[in-house]
Design a protein around this ligand. Structure first.
Ligand code: ATP
Ligand code: MG
Length: 258
């Protein structure tokens, strides 16, 4: 089974890109061959891996609307084993161009069928539009980063409903595992942390044991356009994403056995 992982939350700034980059890099460092698909026109994963948008001739928008092959747009990154399908601001227009197409939610899935990677990770934009639905259709593992804040669960039921809708229309009936990743945890905010965890009680089986702490090094790594593992591996952010990589790999091995 191919491991195709969509990192999704329609809320902005919750850690989707930080998780996409650092979990992808963590897996690559473990010797896995990883493709990160930057499905967000903001191109933050592309920039975060040190690649400037526009410095490459073709990008994901060309795959989705101009019939380019996915293999034609994939770039090497500085990290061995880690490859990138870069985004471009034109991906926004591509999403609109897809609107009248029949079976538009299956386009991404079709473009990745003949690729040979151990893991394909998809960084999504903060909406539940056609691009995100393409990621949901293509994937068999969904990671929902969830910032520990008063508004953490706003829109959460919409997200679950969208996931269920896609599942119900998935002709291939692919199993989809869902895990929630708590991010930007600050132990000093005891009361609000407890409040959020209480709200998440109905979903507690789905929450990763690893919690990503708030850590300025993660922010700085993003500005330096590097994964945390090369920027500051011994930071708490480095430790947390290392732990997440191990937990994620264990989950994948378990699900393969079942
Ligand atoms: N654990 C953390 N500690 C401190 N800063 C963080 C942490 N995780 C993410 N950030 C910072 O928060 C900001 C938003 O993170 P990120 O870009 O990963 O979110 P996102 O969900 O991808 O946002 P968008 O919805 O715009 O795509 C970035 O500046 C990032 O560096
Ligand atoms: Mg992002």
């Amino acid at each position: 089974m191919k491991n195709i992982v969509a990192i999704i939350n329609q809320k902005g700034g919750v850690g989707k890109t930080t998780t996409s980059i650092n979990l992808s890099c963590g897996l690559a460092l473990k010797g896995k061959k990883v493709l990160l698909i930057d499905l967000d026109p903001q191109a933050h994963s592309t920039i975060g891996l040190g690649i400037e948008p526009g410095t490459y001739p073709v990008a994901l928008n060309d795959v989705l609307v101009n019939k380019k092959k996915m293999a034609e747009v994939i770039l090497k990154t500085k990290q061995e084993n880690l490859f990138l399908a870069p985004s471009h601001i034109r991906l926004d227009r591509a999403e609109q161009q897809l609107a009248p197409e029949l079976f538009r939610e299956t386009f991404l899935y079709k473009t990745i069928q003949n690729l040979h990677y151990d893991y394909i990770m998809i960084d999504c934009r903060p909406t539940l539009g056609t691009l995100t639905v393409n990621a949901l259709y293509a994937c068999n593992f969904i990671i929902v980063p969830c910032e520990i804040s008063r508004y953490a669960l706003d829109g959460f039921s919409d997200l679950i409903e969208t996931i269920e809708n896609v599942k119900n229309h998935d002709e291939l009936e692919k199993e989809k595992y869902i895990r929630i990743l708590l991010t930007k945890y600050d132990p000093r905010n005891k009361v609000s942390n407890e409040w959020v965890l209480q709200q998440l009680e109905p979903y507690k089986e789905l929450i990763f044991q690893t919690i990503i702490r708030k850590n300025e090094a993660l922010n700085q790594a993003h500005m330096a356009q590097e994964p945390i593992f090369t920027f500051k591996p011994d930071s708490s952010g480095g430790e947390d994403y290392q732990k997440l990589t191990t937990e994620f790999l264990n989950l994948c091995h378990q699900s393969e056995k079942n």
